[in-house]
Design a protein around this ligand. Structure first.
Ligand code: DC
Length: 224
C-alpha cells in the first residue's frame, strides 16, 4: 500500500504501525532521499551532477531496519545514521536532491525492489502517483501546518535536537512548498487516494482507519 503526505502528517508512524501489525515490509522513501543526500554530500556530489549521482548509487548500500520502537533505522554502507538524518538540515538537503529528475530515476528501482511478499507499506510523497501507481490501497494524510509543525518539534526534542517551534514551523512550511511546487513527482494525492486529515484525530484512530481500508481492499482480492 502507498501512504503519502507532507511532513508531520503522521505517515511515518502509521506506516510502521501497519507494517508491524501485518508483518509487511516497510519502505520509508523519505529516509532513502535523506540517506542519498547525506552520501552525495559526503562524496562532494552536487544535485545536478548526473555521473556523480550514478556514482553515489554504485558506491553505496542503503539498508533499512524497523527498530523495536517502530522507528525506521537507516544504514548507509553499514553505518547507522538514523539520528543524524532526522535533523532539519538533512530534510532540506533531501528535498533539494529529490527535486532533480535524475536522482528520482536512479532511486526508483531501489524503491520498487522493496515490493516483496507478503506486502509492502511504502511511505513518501509520490508512492501512489509514481513509484507504485498500481498499489492496492493509496492513502494521503494531511494536517494543518500548526499541528504538523508541533509534531515535528516534539520529535526533534525527543531526539535531543535543539530548535524553536517557530523555526520548525517555518522549516516545515518551506519544505512543503518546495515538495509541492517542484516539476517532477510533486507532493500531491493520487486521483484514487483516500485523503485523511489527521489534525483532529489521534494516531490510534488513524492507524485503525487505514488498517480497515486495507482489510477491505484485500478482501476484494488485491494484494500488496
Ligand atoms: O519524509 P521525509 O521528511 O523524511 O522526506 C525528506 C524529503 O525527501 C522530503 O522533503 C522530500 C523528499 N521525498 C521525496 O521527494 N519523495 C519521497 N517519496 C519521499 C521524500
Amino acid at each position: 500500500m502507498a501512504l503519502d503526505g507532507p511532513g508531520g502528517s503522521g505517515k511515518g508512524t502509521v506506516a510502521s504501525r501497519i507494517a508491524i501489525l501485518r508483518h509487511w515490509r516497510i519502505l520509508d522513501s523519505g529516509a532513502l532521499y535523506r540517506a542519498f543526500a547525506f552520501r552525495a554530500q559526503e562524496l562532494g556530489v552536487l544535485p545536478d551532477d548526473l555521473p556523480g549521482i550514478q556514482r553515489v548509487l554504485a558506491e553505496t548500500n542503503f539498508d533499512f531496519a524497523v527498530k523495536k520502537t517502530g522507528e525506521v533505522g537507516i544504514l548507509v554502507n553499514g553505518n547507522d545514521v538514523t539520528t543524524a538524518l532526522r535533523s532539519p538540515d538533512a530534510g532540506l538537503a533531501a528535498s533539494t536532491y529529490a527535486s532533480k529528475q535524475p536522482v528520482r530515476e536512479c532511486l526508483i528501482t531501489r524503491q520498487r525492489f522493496e515490493r516483496q511478499a507478503p506486502g509492502l507499506v511504502a511511505d513518501g510523497r509520490d508512492m501512489g502517483t509514481v513509484v507504485f501507481p498500481d498499489a492496492t490501497l493509496k492513502v494521503f494524510l494531511t494536517g494543518t501546518l500548526k499541528i504538523r509543525a508541533l509534531r515535528r518539534y516534539k520529535q526533534l526534542m525527543e531526539k535531543g535536537f535543539s530548535a524553536t517551534l517557530a523555526a520548525v514551523e517555518q522549516e516545515v512550511s518551506a519544505r512543503d512548498e518546495k515538495d509541492r511546487s517542484r516539476a517532477v513527482s510533486p507532493l500531491e494525492p493520487a486521483k484514487d487516494a483516500v485523503i485523511l486529515d489527521t489534525s483532529e484525530i489521534g494516531i490510534d484512530q488513524v492507524v485503525k482507519k487505514v488498517d480497515d481500508l486495507l482489510t477491505a481492499k484485500l478482501a476484494q482480492g488485491n494484494n500488496g
